[in-house]
Ligand binder design. Structure first.
Ligand SMILES: Nc1nc2c(c(=O)[nH]1)N[C@H]1C(S)=C(S)[C@@H](COP(=O)(O)O)O[C@H]1N2
Ligand SMILES: [Mo]
Length: 334
């Protein structure tokens, strides 16, 4: 992973954040009144929409749009300013579509997120392959505003739409042998052309994993949307993990398989460079990457003349997870 400068984006293209904030406020009141779907439709029209937003929305089926429109509003207000939609959806890491930050937005049109199935396997009483629609029919969607801290020392603040991973996992009754949860991204060189490229850092498919208690933690989300819309392909449509206290590479995109395992599962960046990327990958300003410091980060949008450098916080500021790692040497288990 290399550090690259963000692409230049004309300020005229940036969705005014106050409009989104106002809409969220409105949705929150509407949810209380049970009119969220109407509110989302009515107020959504007031937003400036670049063409790719419209495309993402057209591609998502009505059942998903309705479900997302009914998501409960975020209750845990964080003070950070939201990263504008255009940055969240144009500055991405999704190596299945190329290594440059703008490759995923440019080249992920070949990904077909609907229909989509997810295989649930391993150490659980119930296993099988399920339609995304069925999975979503059994969970409650919520909006969650989270910081996303990439191991490359940049960060964003994103309003996700998703549900607690734990609320899904519980439905399968994991056995006492289930100590970890392993995740796998789609492997299909037709839909993900860079998987066919000869120049490879990653042995496809992309895989990730969490310890069971991390997977069950209420902060751990499976996301299906952001900024009140279905996930654009470049952000991991139709289903991606979001673990806000860990470096971004743990938040695996376009998931097709979730497996309960007894042993710690292999993870893609750890396989590629075990001395640089650990299994735990907790955000930690005191444990530097071998090639750069992790003490600070570039909060996007950041430019040449206003780099917007801020201090990185332990666990990315999510102190409530500290108890998961009590007694562990976080320099050793980085
Ligand atoms: N399948 C897959 N998942 C992935 C990646 C990837 O290359 N492939 N990149 C990871 C990294 S390094 C980061 S920082 C985040 C970026 O998420 P975003 O593009 O939605 O901001 O996705 C993570 N999930
Ligand atoms: Mo990352």
């Amino acid at each position: 992973m290399l550090i690259k400068r963000p692409p230049r984006i004309a300020s005229s293209e940036i969705t005014p954040e106050p409009i989104y904030r106002a809409r969220r406020q409105f949705m929150r009141q509407s949810v209380a009144l049970g009119t969220a779907a109407i509110a989302a439709g009515a107020v959504g029209g007031a937003q400036a929409k670049p063409s790719f937003v419209a495309k993402a929305d057209v591609a998502s089926p009505p059942w998903l749009r309705d479900k997302i429109a009914g998501a409960a509003a975020d209750t845990s207000e964080i003070n950070d300013t939201l990263t504008p939609y255009e940055h969240v959806t144009s500055y991405n890491n999704f190596y299945e579509f190329g290594y440059n930050k703008d490759d995923p937005a440019k080249h992920s049109g070949s990904l077909k997120p609907h229909p989509w199935q997810v295989e649930i396997s391993g150490e659980a009483e119930k296993t099988g392959t399920f339609d995304l629609e069925d999975i979503l029919s059994k969970v409650e969607l919520q909006e969650r505003v989270y910081r996303l801290r990439c191991v490359e020392a940049w960060s964003m603040v994103i309003p996700w739409i998703g549900f607690e991973l734990g609320s899904l996992l519980k439905q399968f009754n994991p056995t006492s042998r289930a100590k970890y949860v392993a995740f796998t991204t789609l492997k299909d060189t037709k839909q993900m052309p860079a998987q066919g490229s000869a120049f490879g850092t990653i042995d496809w498919p992309y895989v990730e994993g969490l310890r069971m208690d991390e997977a069950m933690h209420p902060l751990t989300l499976l996301a299906v949307g952001l900024y009140g819309k279905a996930l654009p392909n470049q952000n991991g449509a139709p289903l991606r993990l979001v673990v806000p206290w860990k470096y971004g590479f743990k938040s695996i995109k376009s998931i097709v398989k979730i497996e309960f395992t007894e042993e710690q599962p292999p993870t893609s960046w750890n396989i590629s460079a075990p001395n640089e990327y650990g299994f735990y990958a907790n955000v930690n300003p005191k444990v530097d990457h071998p090639r750069w410091s992790q003490a600070t980060e570039r909060r996007l949008p950041s430019g040449l003349f206003s780099p917007n450098i801020i201090d990185t916080q332990m666990f990315n500021g999510y102190d409530e997870v500290a108890s998961l790692y009590r007694g562990m040497d976080l320099k050793k288990y980085f």
